[in-house]
Design a protein around this ligand. Sequence first.
Ligand code: HEC
Length: 140
Amino acid sequence: MRKYIINSIFLLSIVAIIVSCQNQETIDLQNYMSNGKDIYKAKCQNCHGENGEGLGQLAPPLTDSVFLKTNKNRLACIIKNGANETFTIHGKEYKEKMPAFPELADIDVAQVMVFVTNSFGNKQGFVPYTQVSTQLQNCK
Ligand code: HEC
């Protein structure tokens, strides 16, 4: 019995150490990923596909990490305000119009953006919603 208690205390302290080692950013990233996934399913998946594969000529894939990286300061604006220009994704031109999502709050835009840029083979890390808010105030 005594051995059992000592073992449990030992195990619990290991768990406590591991949990406290996860820094705040890791926790925020996990939160954004999970909320962002829900938003993606509800609002984006119809066009961009379950795995970001896109929809033929109608919607580009979200798997072009180079495009996403090059345009990383514009992604929030594209997501919130839609887009109507020619994008070259994986070397192919896309010209259809993406609708705006005025109902998305800044935090929603941040979460779905972080989800997209860290899924489908992308790994671009965490962006806090304060930074996304600033980008959204400066959309062209
Ligand atoms: C009705 C279909 C449709 C929906 C819904 C939609 N998109 Fe798009 N999306 C498009 C099209 C079409 C483009 C290309 C626009 C252009 O060429 O101007 C695009 C472009 C993009 C791009 C930049 C190009 C790329 O492939 O990386 C991103 C990022 C993006 N969409 C993310 C999202 C997110 C996030 C959502 C959900 C909030 C969403 N889209 C919802 C159709 C859609």
